[in-house]
Design a protein around this ligand. Structure first.
Ligand SMILES: Cc1cc2nc3c(=O)[nH]c(=O)nc-3n(C[C@H](O)[C@H](O)[C@H](O)COP(=O)(O)OP(=O)(O)OC[C@H]3O[C@@H](n4cnc5c(N)ncnc54)[C@H](O)[C@@H]3O)c2cc1C
Length: 393
């Protein structure tokens, strides 16, 4: 492909994956990330099925991901006395391979860091498209012009806001928030973590999970949209403490521990709905384009989306209009799975009856069928072997 200069916003999962592929096809890549370094934190995320695996193998990171896998825990739902009420199998929550999100972000970053320019601690402030490029301004660095700009900056994407419009037009708040804490101490381990059991306790509109392979703590609670600064960890701890005040079971112990954890990540659960992923020379990848928090295969979609857009661009020899149209067509179909889940409602029902019903469902055969649907949807794409197609030319 002819050499293009590209800017990627966000060094989470989609950003570094995209940077890797774009460089491999001959682009000069700059990644700008708001945080000061690749961000640790987040619970374990999972990959499922041959599509995810094929992409990760083609990137050369599959073995390393295996080496850092956490194993998948069952979640045993208990009542306030600790009596078992239902079990959600680790095979459902953990996919084929589960890895802490922070470890995955680090692996993908290292895969591309040697060949791409990474600018940490900065963010795009403005994008102006001209006939032959996109002029980008930054909070700190000097303005620069690129051939193409990719928004891989997550659910609350700034690129999406600048190129498409305000967040409220594209992100539906699903009525719940989640908070993950205490996931990083395991990330130094190069050996798979022992499969352990996680325990979950529900009160109406709230779920607290303690232990297991995903993170030491996971809170999930119903709430309307909350005002808080995303980088204010104290505010996030306070929000959780207020929502869980007065609950029994192990919750008081969990809240005391939460006060000591540094890696606390709170976010709303949302669903992104876009009519198109591209506007001129700007396109969105990962959560920015088709995110659906928890259970929407967000991480798998991010790596597959990065693979597809870079491959299509290479096949079209840098013709972004043709490539973005193909990307839109392929990912719109594949990302459908993200539109169908609302994990908050399922995991933290808002009534006592809803909790009982959910527990009954988990123990029924219907639940196994749902798991199977997820398996099929993760593979519902005809993945092209772009490197082979390019080599055959
Ligand atoms: C710290 C963290 C913890 C997470 N924890 C979980 C979790 O526990 N469970 C779960 O299901 N999902 C979690 N997610 C979301 C999950 O990573 C994504 O759903 C999925 O992996 C898709 O990745 P993505 O790269 O599209 O988005 P993300 O992983 O969200 O990455 C987006 C990146 O863009 C950066 N960014 C944001 N705004 C700007 C800006 N204006 N300028 C420059 N950079 C910007 C962010 O700092 C981040 O590094 C978490 C995300 C983050 C950032």
């Amino acid at each position: 492909m002819r050499n293009l200069s590209v800017l990627v916003s966000g060094a989470g999962i989609a950003g570094p994956a995209l940077a890797y592929w774009l460089h491999r096809y001959g682009c000069t890549v700059t990644v700008v990330e708001r945080a000061a370094a690749p961000r640790p934190g987040g619970q374990a995320v999972d990959f499922k099925g041959r599509t995810h695996r094929t992409v990760l193998e083609r990137m050369g990171v599959w073995e390393e991901i295996q080496a850092h896998r956490t194993g998948a825990s069952d979640v045993v739902f208990v009542d306030e006395h600790g009596t078992r009420r239902a079990v959600m199998s680790g095979d459902f929550t953990g996919g084929d391979v589960e890895i802490l999100r922070g470890d995955l972000a680090e692996i993908l970053y290292r895969r591309s860091a040697g060949s791409c320019e990474y600018v940490f601690g900065d963010s795009i402030t403005g994008l102006t498209e001209t006939a032959d490029g996109v002029h980008a301004t930054f909070e700190h660095g000097p303005a620069r012009t690129f051939d193409l700009v990719f928004g891989a900056d997550g659910m609350h994407s700034r690129v999406r806001r600048l190129a498409f419009g305000p967040e409220r037009d594209f992100v539906r708040h699903l009525g719940h928030y989640y908070c993950v804490a205490g996931a990083s101490p395991w990330s130094d381990s190069a050996t798979p973590r022992e499969r352990a059991t996680a325990y979950g306790y529900n009160a109406p509109g709230r779920l607290a999970i303690s232990g297991g392979s995903k993170a030491q703590q996971l809170y999930l609670f119903a709430a309307p949209e909350l005002e808080y600064a995303r980088d204010d960890v104290d505010a996030q701890r306070r929000i959780v403490a207020e929502r869980y005040a007065g609950l029994g079971w192990e919750v008081p112990r969990m809240l005391a521990e939460l006060a000591e954890f540094d890696d606390v990540y709170l976010d709303s659960m949302g669903q992104v709905r876009m009519d198109r992923y591209s506007a001129g020379r700007v396109t969105l990848v990962g959560d920015a384009a088709y995110g659906n928090t928890l259970g929407g295969f967000g991480t798998g979609l991010a790596v597959v989306g990065a693979y597809v857009i870079a491959g299509e661009l290479a096949l079209a020899d840098g013709d972004h209009t043709a490539a973005f149209a193909r990307y839109d067509e392929i990912m719109r179909r594949y990302a459908k799975i993200a539109g169908n889940s609302n994990a908050g409602r399922f995991l933290a029902p808002t009534t006592a009856f809803g909790i009982r019903l959910r527990n009954w469902f988990l123990e029924s055969r219907l639940f196994s069928l749902m798991t199977k649907y997820g398996d099929n949807a993760a593979n519902d794409i005809e993945l092209r072997d772009y490197a082979a197609l390019l080599a055959a030319r």
